[in-house]
Design a protein around this ligand. Structure first.
Ligand SMILES: [Zn+2]
Ligand SMILES: [Zn+2]
Ligand SMILES: [Zn+2]
Length: 356
């Protein structure tokens, strides 16, 4: 009798059972696509800007160059490449007066949901999702993440900014037009807070960044998916999802605000390559991705931003909901090997075409 493995996350007190007895190949999860015909008007498509609030940030095509702008006086600009708008039904809304801004929490267990909730329309093309996006367009999107992060994180009542993306209806995307979201909150939510506390503890004990250590370890492990000049992609040791992977920058930084132009382009390419591999491997599954960052200057030395991608391939049931302990039926080592294989086959493609 071989026991299943119990693995703990690098930092969080989160355990996962790697259920090798029921072990499945990642490709077992490939689902037949059910086309969801959607005849209703897409409010994020070009020409329908009047259906959404005025943009707080626009990247415009201007004589071959890209220019930054925003909507003015109720008018809606049309020749945009990326469009950032306030969410029509925001979970967090800006403060109405300065008193609100100073006192968000009214007691230890009650406060106002003050902050910002924005939608980033990634492309004028309805279906230009990251796995299929042109690299210059995806680079613009990452620039938009950074521009909005810079503005929102400077507000006195903002303690955290979550940048995330839902892909596919089963992952929570209510609109199918390529879009990401950003939510700025007046407190640091639980998971980033736990990561921050644990990485601070590690730094205090060892005088180094735990994530820099993880990068060193995982680039030599069987969980490695991709390793390039600026980024490393791997399936985390205690993955809770089949085919879960994380993207970490090699340059130590607590958030992406300090990325260079070359690094932003490299992030676009790394993100596209890994999401494309996921799409090809299991027939375009739904997924969520999110950045983990810090905007607290104190964290500069000990926190290291990263992007976590969670494919929605298994449905969590009672045990996960009930306990916060997870069961993953695909070993992260197997997930990484399958993703690696697809990426390497892609890399070899142009060469094989030349040889033929
Ligand atoms: Zn659309
Ligand atoms: Zn680091
Ligand atoms: Zn994280």
């Amino acid at each position: 009798m071989v026991y299943n493995e119990l693995r703990k996350d690098y930092l969080l007190n989160r355990w996962v059972v790697i259920a090798i007895e029921r072990s499945r190949r990642p490709t077992d999860f490939a689902k037949q696509k059910t086309e969801q015909a959607n005849s209703s008007v897409c409010p994020l498509c070009v020409g329908n800007e009047h259906l959404t609030p005025p943009a707080v940030l626009l990247y415009l095509k201007q004589n071959g160059a890209t220019e930054k702008s925003r909507d003015h006086d109720g008018a809606r600009t049309k020749n945009w490449l990326v469009r950032v708008i306030p969410n029509l039904y925001p979970a967090f809304a800006p403060p109405k007066n300065s008193a609100d801004q100073e006192q968000v929490m009214k007691s230890e267990s009650y406060g106002y949901a003050i902050g910002h909730h924005e939608v980033l329309v990634e492309s004028p093309n309805h279906d230009e999702d990251p796995a299929d996006a042109e690299l210059p367009q995806l680079t613009l999107l990452i620039n938009a993440y950074i521009d909005r992060l810079r503005e929102l994180s400077a507000k006195p009542y903002v303690q955290y900014v979550s940048i995330f993306r839902n892909y596919g209806r089963d992952a929570g995307a209510s609109l199918s037009h390529a879009h990401s979201q950003m939510i700025a909150t007046p407190s640091v939510p639980r998971i980033p807070a736990e990561e921050l506390a644990a990485s601070k503890k590690f730094y205090d004990q060892h005088q180094k960044c735990v994530f820099c250590d993880i990068i060193k370890k995982e680039t030599k492990s069987p969980r490695l998916v991709l390793d390039n000049q600026h980024f490393v992609v791997f399936a985390p040791y205690a993955s809770v999802h089949p085919l879960e992977f994380w993207i970490l920058p090699k340059k130590h930084a607590m958030n992406p605000l300090s990325l260079s132009k070359a690094e932003i382009e490299a992030l676009a390419e790394t993100l596209k390559t890994s999401l494309r591999a996921l799409k090809d491997l299991v027939n375009d599954p739904p997924y969520n991705y999110g950045f983990h960052i810090s905007i607290n200057r104190d964290a500069e030395n000990y926190y290291h931003w990263h992007l976590e991608v969670y494919p929605r391939l298994s449905i969590w049931a009672g045990f996960e909901k009930n306990t916060g302990m997870y069961i993953n039926t695909v070993k992260p080592e197997t997930s990484a090997a399958e993703l690696r294989k697809i990426i390497q086959a892609k890399l070899a493609e142009p060469l094989s075409r030349i040889l033929v």
